[in-house]
Ligand binder design. Structure first.
Ligand code: FES
Length: 87
């Protein structure tokens, strides 16, 4: 498990194993645009301000993934205990 924190509200949410960031945020009433939910379309792309995403998408190029400044919350996870998101 890891946490995501939202810049706008400061609220932090625990992401359990087997549950997506998108699902946790949507259940909490946080709007995240979604389409494929499989890491293909890029609709859900979200800016990452702190932390290192564990990229599981096929949308970003290797170079974009390595920049660690955005990720796809429909499928990607975190390598660090917390991700600070620009939401
Ligand atoms: Fe398509 Fe996340 S919804 S990449």
């Amino acid at each position: 498990p890891f946490e995501v924190q939202l810049k706008s509200t400061g609220a932090a949410y625990t992401i359990p194993v087997g549950v997506t960031v998108m699902k946790v945020l949507q259940d909490a009433g946080v709007f995240v645009p979604a389409s494929c939910e499989q890491g293909v379309c890029g609709t859900c792309l979200t800016r990452v301000l702190e932390g290192v995403p564990d990229h599981r998408d096929q949308y970003l190029t290797e170079e974009e993934q390595a920049a660690n400044d955005q990720f796809t919350p429909c499928c990607s996870r975190s390598k660090t205990p917390t991700l600070l998101l620009d939401l």
